[in-house]
Design a binder for this molecule. Sequence first.
Ligand SMILES: C[S@@+](CC[C@H](N)C(=O)[O-])C[C@H]1O[C@@H](n2cnc3c(N)ncnc32)[C@H](O)[C@@H]1O
Length: 260
Amino acid sequence: MPRGAAAPNVAVLDLPRIFTIRESSHRILNPFTPEKLATVGAAIGLRPGAALLDLACGKGEMLCTWARDHGITGTGVDIGTVFLAAARDRATELGVADRVRFVHGDAVGHVSEEPVDVAACIGATWIGGGVAGTVALLERSLRPGGTILIGEPYWRAEPPSQEAIEACHANSRDDYASLPGLVELVHGLGYDLVEMVLADGDSWDRYAAAQWFNMRTWLDANPDDELADEVRAQLASDPLRHARYRRALLGWGVFALRKR
Ligand SMILES: C[S@@+](CC[C@H](N)C(=O)[O-])C[C@H]1O[C@@H](n2cnc3c(N)ncnc32)[C@H](O)[C@@H]1O
């Protein structure tokens, strides 16, 4: 979910219901496929027993599958109660409930009690006011020599208009960097970029198009719900915004960083 797409209701510590409707069938709440998530896990040298912190963990797919595949342990923090319930169910389903735990809370300012091997924020860098602030936040939980994972959008091409910018969930062109701009930003923070896995058109479709299916399925079952008009409006506009702008203009990736 690009920046601004998931404005949380911090006052009641939960996410607006529209997100749980749109992403009801998703396990990964970003333009990533299970294969791409697994590629990141395989690429960063996870050891059995390694400790992870995942801020804004969503439905916990990263921690759960990496606990299964790599024997890691981990804590996920998220504001969305529906997402956290799905994360706990997934941990049980994959037989890793003794290795991962999911905490309901605001990730803003969250620092783990013990230093972790990998500190991650995948697709929610608003929790630190942007990439630099989120890296600084994650660093406070990281053991020396550990790895930071950041999931972040970037411009693949210059947006031609304000309409295009807004279709990409941004308010201004400056809300995202270009890919080279992101690499320079990370470098300037004193980190080496040691791995990256990028979304592509197909993985964007899995994220976006699955939301259209979820919205239509929900509308058919809940025509009189108070959110029906909002969901109907999003279903009417999002496919064209995706096809016209987002799919071509907006990149997204997971970036692995190690302090120099
Ligand atoms: C784009 S989703 C990414 C979820 C997960 N990292 C993934 O890749 O599947 C953003 C997540 O941020 C969570 N979130 C938003 N603001 C938050 C906050 N202040 N504290 C904790 N979680 C937050 C949302 O509930 C949502 O699960």
